[in-house]
Unconditional design. Structure first.
Length: 278
């Protein structure tokens, strides 16, 4: 085997890891260990730690897990994949998101007694700084978020005012509706991303997940999303289980596409299944 082929990530031994990946995995292990944290409380449970440690292999080997991460690696180009530093940023940003990840529904937010409160992108950026001891610029952070959205690993569902008077006009587009800025958008890690690592059969992960759910239920915390909806001259709270991809039109009662990813994305065998509308 030639020297160039030997250096390819697919041909590296599993026991070897670059300095980038080793530093990230070590930090993830520390953040998930209660005894190693100064506060005496881990940033996330064992099941989330295992998920993040598995994702950290993406830094050195973007072809791991039988190429199931190719949608992320080739999300910008079907020929040129992400650079190692970009893959490292993706892992670090996902760690910051998972500091507020609900393990049952994979929603990013804070469960409350009545509903699940959403968090802002700036909160996640502060989580990043707390986890990695360095700040991340908005440009770099939002670029990583865009990559996750292109790969369909993250769904961000904006909150809109549903003005029924305006919806009488069936030609009205979603972008013309007034938007609610008082509540952050719903953020959800997709089941597609969770399924990549095949951890649902791991006994330790299952026990940790059930323990986290039991602790939340014991405290009486809810995971229901809440959104504003226009009704007459007032606004009401309406609960829904999680962010949805298809919405129902208030007038025709027919399903309509979710903004801004309304177009149907046809998967590509090369992994570049995205459009500019993302």
């Amino acid at each position: 085997m030639s020297s160039s082929k030997r250096q390819h990530p697919k041909n590296k031994a599993k026991s070897t890891a670059s300095a980038r990946q080793y530093a990230v995995t070590s930090r993830i292990t520390q953040l998930g260990a209660q005894k190693q944290m100064v506060s005496g409380k881990a940033k996330f449970p064992y099941c989330t730690k295992r998920l993040l440690l598995a994702f950290a292999h993406f830094i050195d080997n973007p072809h791991c897990y039988s190429g199931q991460l190719h949608d992320l690696h080739y999300c910008q180009s079907t020929v040129y994949g992400l650079q190692q530093r970009q893959r490292e940023t993706c892992v670090k940003v996902m760690v910051a998101m998972c500091c507020d990840l609900e393990v049952e529904t994979h929603q990013i937010g804070k469960p409350q007694l009545d509903y699940m409160d959403t968090i802002t992108h700036h909160t996640i950026m502060r989580n990043y700084e707390a986890c990695w001891g360095e700040a991340i610029s908005e440009k770099r952070y939002y670029h990583a978020v865009k990559l996750f959205k292109l790969a369909d690993f993250l769904v961000i569902d904006a909150v809109y005012l549903q003005d029924r008077d305006l919806l009488v006009n069936l030609d009205l587009k979603d972008e013309d509706l007034p938007r609610v800025y008082s509540k952050p958008a719903y953020k959800t890690v997709t089941q597609k991303f969770i399924n990549v690592f095949n951890l649902e059969s791991d006994e330790g992960v299952v026990k940790s997940k059930l323990r986290s759910i039991a602790n939340r239920v014991k405290k009486g915390l809810k995971t229901l999303w809440v959104r504003y909806e226009a009704f007459s001259d007032a606004y009401i709270w309406k609960k829904r289980q999680r962010a949805i991809v298809i919405r129902t039109d208030a007038v025709t009662q027919q399903p309509r596409a979710r903004y801004p990813q309304g177009r149907v994305i046809k998967p590509s065998i090369l992994g570049g299944n995205y459009t500019t509308e993302h």
